[in-house]
Design a protein around this ligand. Structure first.
Ligand code: CAA
Length: 378
C-alpha cells in the first residue's frame, strides 16, 4: 500500500495550488460580495486543464485521473468554494458526456467544455418537488417529428445562467426511475429560459438558477445514452460528483483550520497567545484529525473510481464525512476567532457560510446514509 502521490498527481496538485493561491484567493471576497465569478478565472482553470481533469486527452482533457481531480478540487476550494463548485459541475458534465455520449456528442461538446469555449457545463436534474427523489421528476420529453420537445422546470441549477451546455433529465416513459432519459441541451435552444436566481447564504459567487422548458425543441440526436436509461446515468454521474464535493468540503475545512491556527497564534488573551490554551489546542487537534480522515476517505473513493472498481458506497461515505467534518471545523475556526469570526473582515465567516451546502447538494447527508446503509445491510 502506497500513501504517496504519483508524479502526475503531484504536478496537478501543485499547478492547481499555484493558480488558486495567485489568481483565485485574492479575489474570493470580491466574488462572494459581488455574487459573480470573473469569467477570466474560469478561462484560467481551462488553460491549466482543470475543466477536464479526468477527461481523456483525446477529448481535450488533462487525462490525469480521479485522484488528481480530487486534489485539484481541494486546492481550488481552499481559495474559493464558489469557483470550486462551478469547476466541479463542469468536470462532472464533461465526464458524463465523455462516458455516455455518442462519438458525435463527445467530439461536439467535451473538447469545448475542457478548453472553456462553452464556459461551463451544467447538470439539470433537480426540480422544485424532486430533489432527493429525482425519480419523481415531472419535466417531460416527447418525440415530435425528428425532434424532442421538453416541457417543465428545473431548480437549483449550478451555472444555469451561463453554462454553454446542460445535461437535462426528463420523463420519456412511465412513472418512477425507469421512465427517465437524459438529453444534451445547448444554452440557446428555443424554448429554454433562465428563471429565478437564488439569493443564497453561501457560495454566493456561484450562480444557482431555475430553468424553464417551454416547448423546448432539441434535435433527435440530443438523447444521451438509452431512452428511459437516464436515471442510472444520473446516479453514476453523482457517484463521481460526490467525490468532487467531498474534496471541495475538505478544501473549505482546510482553509478554515489554517486561518484558525494562524489567529490562535497571533491573538493574545490572559497574557498569552490563545494557542497556548488547551481549550483551543483540543479544537485544533479534533479539527486536524477529522480533516485527515476526510482526506483519506476521499482519496480512497477517488482511487477506487480511477481503478474502475465499484466506489458508490465509498463516495457516499467520503461525501458524508467530509461535508460534516468540514462544517464542524469551520464552526471551531469561527469560535477560535471569537467575535471577529462573525464579521466579514475575516474569511472564516465566508467559509462557515460556504461549507453548509456541502451537506445538502449532490445528495444530502441523509441520502448518503441511504446509499451507505443499503450497501451495508444489503
Ligand atoms: N449506479 C448505477 N445504478 C444505480 C445507482 C448507482 N449509484 N444507484 C441506483 N441505481 C439504479 C438501481 O440499481 C435501480 O436500477 P433497476 O431499476 O434496474 O433495479 C435504479 O437505479 C433505481 O434505483 P433505486 O431504486 O435505488 O432509486 P431510488 O429512487 O430509491 O433512489 C437514491 C435512490 C440514492 C435516494 C437516489 O434517488 C439519490 O441519489 N438521490 C439524491 C439525488 C441527488 O444527489 N441530487 C443532487 C442534485 S445534482 C446537484 O446537486 C448538482 C449541483 O448543481 C451541485
Amino acid at each position: 500500500m502506497e500513501f504517496q502521490l504519483e508524479e502526475t498527481q503531484r504536478l496537478v496538485q501543485e499547478t492547481a495550488r499555484e493558480y488558486a493561491t495567485r489568481a483565485i484567493a485574492p479575489r474570493a471576497r470580491e466574488i462572494d460580495r459581488d455574487a459573480h465569478i470573473p469569467r477570466a478565472l474560469l478561462a484560467g482553470l481551462a488553460d491549466i486543464g482543470l475543466l477536464g481533469v479526468n477527461v481523456p486527452e483525446a477529448l481535450g482533457g488533462a487525462g490525469a485521473g480521479v485522484v488528481a481531480y480530487s486534489l485539484a478540487m481541494t486546492e481550488v476550494a481552499k481559495a474559493c468554494a464558489s469557483t470550486a463548485v462551478t469547476m466541479a459541475v463542469s468536470n462532472m458534465v464533461a465526464e458524463v458526456i465523455a462516458t455516455f455520449g455518442t462519438d458525435a456528442q463527445r467530439t461536439t461538446y467535451v473538447p469545448r467544455l475542457c478548453d472553456g469555449t462553452l464556459v461551463a457545463g451544467s447538470f439539470a436534474l433537480s426540480e422544485p418537488e424532486a430533489g432527493s427523489d429525482p425519480g419523481a421528476m415531472r419535466t417531460t420529453a416527447r418525440r415530435e417529428g425528428g425532434e424532442w420537445v421538453l416541457d417543465g422546470s428545473k431548480q437549483w441549477i449550478t451555472s444555469g445562467d451561463f453554462a454553454g451546455v446542460f445535461v437535462v433529465w426528463a420523463r420519456t416513459g412511465g412513472p418512477g426511475t425507469k421512465g427517465i432519459s437524459a438529453f444534451l441541451v445547448e444554452k440557446d435552444a428555443p424554448g429554454l429560459s433562465v428563471g429565478h436566481h437564488e439569493d443564497k447564504m453561501g457560495l454566493r459567487g456561484s450562480s444557482t438558477t431555475a430553468l424553464h422548458f417551454d416547448r423546448c425543441r432539441i434535435p433527435g440526436s440530443a438523447l444521451l445514452g438509452q431512452e428511459n436509461g437516464g436515471f442510472k446515468i444520473a446516479m453514476m454521474a453523482l457517484d463521481g460528483g460526490r467525490i468532487g464535493i467531498a474534496s471541495q468540503a475538505l478544501g473549505i475545512g482546510e482553509a478554515a483550520l489554517e486561518k484558525g491556527i494562524a489567529y490562535a497564534k497571533e491573538r493574545k488573551a490572559f497574557g498569552a497567545p490563545i494557542a497556548d490554551k488547551q481549550a483551543i489546542q483540543w479544537m485544533i487537534a479534533d479539527a486536524r484529525t477529522e480533516l485527515d480522515a476526510a482526506r483519506l476517505l476521499t482519496l480512497r473513493a477517488a482511487w477506487l473510481k480511477e481503478k474502475g472498481v465499484a466506489f458508490s458506497q465509498q463516495a457516499a461515505m467520503a461525501k458524508l464525512w467530509s461535508s460534516e467534518a468540514a462544517w464542524r471545523v469551520c464552526d471551531r475556526a469561527l469560535q477560535i476567532h471569537g467575535g471577529y469570526g462573525y464579521v466579514k473582515e475575516y474569511d472564516v465567516e465566508r467559509h462557515y457560510r460556504d461549507v453548509r451546502v456541502t451537506r445538502i447538494y449532490e445528495g444530502t447527508s441523509e441520502v448518503q446514509r441511504i446509499v451507505i446503509s443499503r450497501g451495508a445491510i444489503g
